[in-house]
Design a binder for this molecule. Structure first.
Ligand SMILES: NC(=O)c1ccc[n+]([C@@H]2O[C@H](COP(=O)([O-])OP(=O)(O)OC[C@H]3O[C@@H](n4cnc5c(N)ncnc54)[C@H](O)[C@@H]3O)[C@@H](O)[C@H]2O)c1
Length: 243
């Protein structure tokens, strides 16, 4: 509206593709990838394919039982399937969303060859870490494939962008804001402070580092006496609070 591009309604003006029934590929079905997969399955009725060195049974169970619920109501079921070949996932999906950690195995995971394995009108999302995509190769791919679209929250050399990216109309680009709600940023600070405070007084580690609501809701004085989310607690041989 601000750019003055809307000059009257037309049936084909600014149209996108329907997500319902589309296939969404999750690369890295850990905490965020699995939560996003559920949003897409439960919110948009997408089918999920995921690629991860580890099976995520909880995710498969959640989506497949939601699919069974839909079927019981006479609606089309959604499914969640793990694939063992990234190439198969890229070729089959309408949307591919990256949620891996950044390490040697994922740096430039999406390069020229892998971008070409995606549908030419596919959508690629990166809210993980910038270097998971070869950004220069991405710019070339966006320029050569106007129907291909990308949504980026993270960049290879933040806060810079690769030359040409800003000019690509098929790129939606935002400044690393995937966690940008006051609740989330406040919660990150609370958990970090509680981790430190708790270590200083020698408390055990909370049993479920991914279920930390008890530390974020209610009064600080009533929080559990534990370090909420030390993800490498086992490696550090820290005692764990039993459930
Ligand atoms: N944009 C943001 O503001 C923001 C905020 C938080 C986290 N992140 C990023 O999101 C990503 C996911 O975070 P998380 O907490 O879900 O991490 P996580 O560790 O829970 O999940 C990462 C998953 O990636 C998988 N994985 C590792 N190597 C892989 C490979 N080569 N191929 C496929 N899968 C692979 C792991 O097995 C794991 O399941 C991280 O890169 C993190 O830094 C971004």
């Amino acid at each position: 509206m601000r750019a003055g591009k809307y000059q009257g309604w037309l049936p084909t003006l600014f149209v996108g593709k329907l997500l319902q029934g589309a296939t969404v590929g999750i690369v890295g079905a850990g905490r965020i990838g699995a939560a996003y997969a559920r949003m897409m399955a439960e919110g948009h009725k997408c089918n999920i394919l995921y690629f991860d060195p580890y099976q995520n049974k909880a995710l498969e169970g959640a989506v497949n039982s939601y699919g069974a619920f839909l079927a019981s109501r006479g609606e089309k079921a959604v499914t969640c399937t793990r694939v063992t070949s990234l190439q198969d996932l890229l070729a089959a999906c309408d949307v591919v969303s990256l949620h891996t950690a950044l390490d040697a195995s994922t740096r430039h995971l999406m390069n020229t060859e892998r971008l070409r394995q995606m549908k030419s009108d596919g959508v690629l999302i990166n809210c993980a870490r910038g270097p998971v995509i070869d950004e220069q190769a991405l710019v070339a791919h966006l320029q050569a494939n106007p129907d291909f679209r990308v949504g980026l929250d993270v960049f290879e050399r933040e806060p810079e962008m690769a030359a040409g990216l800003a000019e690509c109309p098929n790129a939606v680009i935002v400044p690393h804001i995937a966690s940008a709600s006051l609740f989330t940023r406040g919660g990150m600070a609370t958990l970090a402070a509680a981790n430190v405070a708790s270590r200083l007084v020698g408390e055990p580690v909370w049993h479920s580092p991914n279920e930390v609501g008890a530390f974020l809701d209610g009064e600080v004085a009533k929080r559990p006496h534990a370090s909420p989310s030390i993800v490498n607690a086992k490696e550090l041989q820290l005692p764990t609070l039993s459930k």
